[in-house]
Design a protein around this ligand. Structure first.
Ligand SMILES: Cc1cc2nc3c(=O)[nH]c(=O)nc-3n(C[C@H](O)[C@H](O)[C@H](O)COP(=O)(O)OP(=O)(O)OC[C@H]3O[C@@H](n4cnc5c(N)ncnc54)[C@H](O)[C@@H]3O)c2cc1C
Ligand code: FES
Length: 288
């Protein structure tokens, strides 16, 4: 795990504020589900790198899917061919490898497709088991990399809330239909908090193990700032960057949506227990 300069070798802008970047640099040893902290040569604002999932890894090339949300993602998405991007990683946990005889249902929403695409691609190249996908978004343009996923997975059901692509409805409804039709051994999911909470509940009701890939706000990405804490079912906290991003759904207190923003409280709580200050305390849990 280190920070290395990569160059943008390909950039593709998609409708809806999505950009696919291919970065080339030193070959990294990565596993599907891991992420990298990225920062361009953009001065002090924003200061901190931003976390992004690895969507594909091919030799020295990393493919990243960026949705423009705020300043960091806007600047990253604006990177042009030849620009340098500093890559810190790979970081965090990964999905369990898919065994050849294993049936895995993956449920993705929006940019949550990135780590699932990498998993499907890696499983296909390693002659692993078949991954059946459900990929949902608000509308057609919120299904970036749909073609890549269709090529990597055994089959994919596309779902949009407005019916502009695939079936009209929610990914969770398509998941229920899949579970009713086919036996699966495991569920993997990444996407908006509310979607993952529902997927986790449905998987538990079906008695299936479920791995979720968390997309909590992160400041450091490797366990120092305590800003990515989420309440855990054991009464403590899990840290999305080091206990995750891929984690057993049963370890998370899903509660009611939206995603809890407990970085600061968790940091304070740990500070009380461990008697040390944290960067998250000093910054009030915000990142710049
Ligand atoms: C492990 C991991 C993998 C990720 N993978 C991808 C990916 O493949 N593609 C992608 O487009 N994005 C991904 N994200 C989310 C991405 O990191 C954020 O969109 C990005 O950091 C936003 O930074 P910004 O400077 O543009 O926005 P900021 O200025 O930091 O924030 C703008 C607004 O968005 C909110 N916000 C920012 N990040 C998040 C978040 N993670 N969850 C909820 N609200 C948030 C802030 O509260 C603020 O209101 C991932 C996040 C994590 C933790
Ligand atoms: S992001 Fe800093 S501890 Fe997780």
């Amino acid at each position: 795990m280190k920070v290395a300069p990569f160059h943008v070798v390909h950039r593709k802008a998609l409708p809806g504020g999505y950009v696919i970047l291919r970065l080339s640099g030193e070959a990294l040893e990565c596993e599907p589900g891991q992420f990298v902290m990225l920062r361009g040569d953009w001065g002090f604002s924003p200061l901190l790198p931003r976390p992004f999932s690895l969507a594909l890894v091919e030799g020295p090339d990393l493919t990243i899917l960026v949705k423009v949300i705020g300043e960091g993602s806007k600047r990253l998405a604006a990177a042009q061919r030849g620009d340098v991007v500093l890559v810190h990683g790979p970081l965090g946990t990964s999905f369990r490898r898919v065994a050849p005889d294993e049936r895995v249902l993956m449920v993705g929403g929006g940019v949550g497709i990135a780590p699932l695409l990498y998993l499907a691609q890696a499983s296909r190249s390693a002659a692993g088991g078949g991954l059946v996908g459900v990929y949902g978004g608000r509308s057609r343009r919120d299904l970036p990399m749909a073609a890549e996923l269709a090529a990597a997975a055994e089959s994919v059901t596309f779902v949009t809330e407005d019916g502009t692509a695939g079936e009209k409805g929610l990914a969770s409804r398509a998941m229920v239909e899949h579970l009713a039709r086919t036996p699966f051994d495991r569920v993997v999911t990444c996407g908006p908090w509310a979607m993952m909470a529902t997927v986790a509940r449905l998987a538990a009701e079906a008695g299936l193990p479920c791995e979720v890939s968390l997309e909590a706000m992160m400041a450091c990405g490797y366990g120092i700032c305590l800003g990515c804490a989420l309440p855990a079912t054991d009464g403590g906290y899990v840290y999305a960057c080091t206990d995750g991003p891929v984690i057993d759904a049963g370890r998370i207190v899903w509660g009611d949506q939206p995603e809890p923003s407990l970085g600061t409280e968790a940091g304070k709580d740990r500070k009380k227990r461990e008697g040390s200050g944290t960067p998250a305390d000093k910054k009030g849990g915000k990142r710049t």
